[in-house]
Design a protein around this ligand. Structure first.
Ligand code: BTN
Length: 246
């Protein structure tokens, strides 16, 4: 059974499900796959220090605890890749939509962001001791203050159940997680590239005060974006260094 002895902890309101998971990890050893889900967060956190907007009771807000000790430190981006791929396969199954992954791990459908991932790793020396995989999926929300955000409801005109979505997501994640544990992460890299939003297309990027056009040509082994610049050279960028305009 996937994540057999782990459970889902249901909360009404919390500061952040990631914070709750961190507190749980600091006082106990929850079974791998334990998930925390909440109806609303008061300080939902996103990438790059952003706030994660979500209307109470409308969306899936959860954190899943993993112990990916088998992942080499240099390959820790593969965890982010497999969470992103698991969200894509979950949403493609429940809503019959096509998802793409905007590097590094935004989930996009019909050119709109419908889900985000915030992974927080707890390192023990050079090993990842535990990971908190924070996931926000916009299910039923109808209006967003953030341009470019959307929900499954707005894309498919149907309502979705947060717990059912989480159960399928845990199953998808469990399968992929154990697959890379046994077989290594090569197939995950391929699957990720095949889902990468705007790969091989010319797009606008910003890096600090610079704006430029470039083409995504791949991702390196530590998860850096490989861009072909206007002069034909290849440059690598970390998440802090570049942003796609879309
Ligand atoms: C992003 O900026 O794209 C990442 C968003 C991650 C949001 C989720 S919601 C559940 C979990 N708890 C948080 O505070 N953040 C993540």
């Amino acid at each position: 059974m996937p994540f057999a002895i782990s459970k889902i902890i249901h909360l009404t309101g919390v500061d952040s499900t990631n914070n709750y998971a961190a507190k749980l990890l600091s006082t106990s050893n929850p079974p791998e796959g334990t998930a925390i889900m909440a109806q609303y967060q008061t300080v939902g956190r996103g990438q790059r220090g952003n706030h994660w907007e979500s209307e109470a009771g409308q969306n899936l807000l959860c954190s899943i605890i993993l112990y990916p000790e088998f992942i080499a430190p240099s390959e820790h981006f593969s965890l982010s890749q497999l969470v992103a791929l698991s969200i894509c396969s979950t949403l493609e199954k429940i809503a019959e939509i096509q998802c793409r992954i905007k590097w590094p791990n935004d989930i996009i459908a019909s050119d709109h962001k419908i889900a985000g991932i915030l992974i927080e790793n707890n390192w023990s020396g050079t090993k990842i001791q535990s990971s908190i995989c924070g996931i926000g999926i916009n299910l039923n929300q109808k209006r967003f203050n953030i341009p470019g955000a959307s929900s499954l409801f707005l894309l498919s005109d149907r309502q979705f159940d947060a717990e059912e979505t989480l159960n399928l997501l845990r199953k998808e994640l469990w399968e992929k997680y154990h697959f890379i544990q046994k077989n290594g992460n090569e197939s995950i890299q391929q699957a990720y590239l095949s889902k990468l939003y705007r790969i091989n297309e010319k797009c606008e990027y910003t890096s600090g005060a610079n704006a430029f056009q470039a083409i995504i040509r791949g991702i390196d082994e530590v998860g850096k974006l490989i861009l072909e610049m206007e002069d034909g050279s290849l440059n690598k960028f970390s998440m802090q260094e570049v942003k796609m305009k879309y």
